[in-house]
Design a protein around this ligand. Structure first.
Ligand SMILES: [Zn+2]
Ligand SMILES: [Zn+2]
Length: 359
């Protein structure tokens, strides 16, 4: 606790310093991206608040709460379950053999690139078509009352969707493929340790469950770094062009951010994994990046939310910037004072924190 307290104070001092420096530089505070005007009505849909972080980190631990947390995220039809299935399909029918991947060759690398391109094109494209183009769900469970952002010179090619598609398909798919190729090639040659089912089936399954937790752990810290003004201006401002988000915004990032964002997979140079875990981890980062930015809490079928998609936690980060740098699997935001749980009290706390930061 003592150490956490020190880190907390350290982060806050850094925040104050960088805010004030950027305010002097820009005259207007650090977030210099041109903003969409604030909506008249704050949110069209707000989930029940306060939103809850994972009970995995509560003391004393509550096995029933932890069990429920994982069950809701994994069973029966959830993003995680679908991602395991997509990984298995890719591994069975669309994956070069380990023997082939021993040698870097454009043919198999190109096939992996194409597989990733098609995957994200289909998923982001169909979500965009369903929710934003055809508006099949109307405004049910839609967080932001505003429509997609209007055309603007700040977007590459002038519109939000073309901008987001470009950065996702060109830079995103490139880095996603690059990290996969690196890991598969390293495993095929014995440079990265490999885990197979018969080594330890329990650990094989546990590694799946722990992957989103590790991604969350890693994401908080790289995201904090990306809010450091030099990195923000260089890279992260591109993602924050989207104050209102859509599926194509998810991994619409600057190449420097992609390089950092996908680097969580490098942990498997130390921790043994199977290529299936690599597929799951990389597809988790890219494809839940897409779903979590849908702008809707979930897919409504027969008046019920049948499939969770967006996260209000991250939606608030896009609206307010200075809160919710991580996600709910590891509550770093709670520990370091940047958690906005959607309540009015949390909103006042965030405004007070902002005031201090702005000096
Ligand atoms: Zn951010
Ligand atoms: Zn985002």
């Amino acid at each position: 606790m003592f150490k956490l307290g020190c880190v907390y104070r350290f982060l806050n001092i850094i925040d104050i310093l960088v805010y004030r420096t950027s305010k002097r530089e820009t005259g207007s505070g650090r977030m210099t991206t041109k903003q969409n005007p604030a909506p008249k009505r704050e949110w069209n849909y707000k989930p029940p608040v306060p939103i809850q972080a994972s009970p995995l980190w509560q003391w004393p631990p509550s096995p029933s709460k932890i069990g429920k947390w994982f069950a809701v995220r994994w069973m029966p039809l959830t993003e995680n379950a679908v991602l395991v299935a997509i990984g298995l399909v890719c591994w069975t029918w669309f994956q070069p053999s380990m023997e082939t991947m021993k040698t870097l060759h454009w043919e198999w690398i190109g096939a992996i690139w194409l597989r990733n391109f098609v995957l994200i094109f289909l998923i982001a494209g169909s979500l965009h078509w369903y929710f934003h183009r055809e508006k099949k769900q109307g405004t049910k469970l839609k967080y932001d009352p505003r429509e997609a952002m209007p055309p603007s010179g700040m977007f590459t090619f002038g519109t939000q969707v073309h901008d987001n598609m470009f950065w996702t398909l060109v830079s995103g798919v490139f880095f996603w493929t690059g990290y996969e190729v690196l890991m598969f090639w390293a495993m095929a040659n014995g440079y990265a340790p490999m885990l197979i089912w018969s080594d330890n089936p329990y650990w094989f399954v546990a590694l799946y469950l722990l992957t989103p937790v590790w991604i969350s752990f890693h994401f908080y810290w790289i995201h904090r770094a990306l809010h450091w003004p030099p990195l923000y201006k260089l890279a992260h401002a591109l993602h924050h062009r989207n104050t209102n988000v859509g599926p194509w915004s998810g991994i619409s990032m600057h190449p420097v951010e992609h390089l950092m964002f996908f680097s969580s997979v490098l942990i498997h140079f130390i921790i043994p994994a199977h290529p299936l875990h690599i597929l799951f981890q990389m597809q988790h980062q890219s494809l839940t990046g897409v779903t979590s930015h849908t702008g809707f809490e979930g897919l409504v079928v027969k008046d019920e939310n049948r499939f969770a998609l967006g996260t209000f936690h991250h939606q608030m980060h896009h609206r307010y910037f200075e809160c919710n740098y991580g996600n709910l699997d590891v509550p770093w935001d709670k520990w370091f004072g940047s958690f906005h749980d959607g309540t009015d009290e949390a909103h006042e706390r965030m405004k007070a924190r902002r005031k201090v930061l702005m000096g």
